[in-house]
Design a binder for this molecule. Structure first.
Ligand code: FES
Ligand SMILES: [Fe+2]
Length: 369
């Protein structure tokens, strides 16, 4: 394949070489590095509220079964039968009847806690013990209503990957909030470009004029970077109460937020794949599912407090329409960047001081070579 130009030495911080975004082989390497042995967000606990409920997700190319057991605990497993390796569940979402999964091949059956319940034809086999052949479990933990899985054989605690995020965002009651809208996007751009784009507002005046009218593009204040998350906050203009089409909201503001939190929107990328945008009256999330070096599926959800959702005049449209428009603007420039990175003419370019988070992100995500 085409070998990119080397990063020329210079006084400025520069963008990475193209191969980290356009090389399918490198994509496999980084799926192993960033998705096969770290805590990856796979959705919300509210998606599987009852015992037997399940969802399938793809993580680092693996089909992962996430299900709630009869004890109420959410667990995850490799979605393959322990008999001969056949894919166990085909529907991407559903409820297992009687909390049991039955293999479509020879009908081995498993309960929602992964235990093997029945294995036709195996009784006569000397030494065969059902307790040895349960589904192979994957690390699974929740925080703030988000489900995370970790394919590593001996995963570290999720808490270590969250650092101080739980205390930082304790005032948004995310565990109890519920999704009232979801839009799925198929974006022809590398997953890192999506996070890069999310991490700067230098592009806001040109790409998002409507956003720039609500929140000053230069108001960003970023936290010092760390290997778990990157982000910061931006202020709302006087008279603006939330990021919506009108700049105001009829929804009650989240009562537990302090004065400062009510006047800002907090934008954080929890590596590798969850973007959290915390507003005065709702939380928007983006879950990234990298499909290829040049393609990312993105699920955008809007979470609200349950007592807000239950109000007769509750609607999501003002927030959803605003961010759907903004999302599409972001995906467009991300796709243009993906295309440009494939050009023979590309060479690393200089970052501005307002793209410091991107440089920090490069230091975390992109290996030195
Ligand atoms: S492969 Fe599943 S029962 Fe045989
Ligand atoms: Fe943007």
């Amino acid at each position: 394949m085409f070998k990119p130009f080397h990063n020329h030495e210079g006084p400025e911080k520069r963008t990475p070489q193209a191969r980290f975004f356009i090389d399918p082989e490198y994509f496999k390497v980084e799926m192993n590095r960033w998705f096969a042995n770290r805590w990856v967000n796979v959705g919300r606990a509210e998606e599987i509220p009852n015992p037997g409920d399940f969802i399938l997700r793809t993580v680092a190319g693996e089909s992962v079964l996430i299900t709630r057991g009869q004890d109420g605990t959410i667990r995850s497993f490799f979605n393959i039968c322990t008999h001969r390796g056949t894919v166990l569940v085909e529907n991407v979402k559903g409820t297992a009847k009687s909390c049991q999964f039955s293999c479509p091949y020879h009908a081995w059956s498993f309960d929602c806690q992964g235990k093997l319940l029945g294995a036709p034809g195996m009784k006569e086999v000397d030494g065969f013990r059902e307790q040895d052949w349960g589904l192979r479990a994957i690390g699974c933990e929740t925080w703030a209503g988000f489900i995370f899985v970790n394919l590593d054989r001996t995963p570290a605690l999720l808490a270590d990957s969250l650092a101080d995020m739980p205390s930082k965002f304790v005032n948004w009651p995310m565990a109890e909030m519920q999704s009232a809208a979801c839009i799925e996007y198929d974006v022809k751009a590398n997953w890192k470009l999506i996070i890069q784009n999310y991490s700067e507002c230098l592009h806001c005046p040109s790409v998002h004029p409507a956003l720039a009218r609500l929140s000053p593009p230069t108001s960003g204040e970023n936290d010092p970077p760390n290997s778990c998350y990157l982000g910061g906050r931006m202020s709302l203009n006087d008279g603006v109460t939330s990021m919506t089409v009108s700049g105001s909201t009829e929804r009650p503001l989240i009562a537990t937020l302090d004065e400062t939190q009510l006047r800002h929107v907090y934008y954080y990328a929890l590596l590798p794949n969850l973007l959290l945008s915390l507003h005065p009256d709702y939380v928007m999330t983006h879950r990234l599912e990298p499909l290829a070096h040049d393609r990312t599926r993105i699920f955008c959800e809007w979470l609200f407090e349950t007592n807000t959702i239950s109000k007769p005049d509750f609607q999501t449209e003002d927030a959803v329409a605003f961010w759907d428009m903004t999302n599409k603007q972001d995906w467009h420039v991300s796709e243009l960047t993906q295309k440009g990175l494939s050009s023979r003419g590309y060479r690393p370019g200089p970052y501005s001081n307002r793209e410091q988070l991107l440089y920090d992100l490069d230091q975390i995500l992109i290996p030195k070579d």
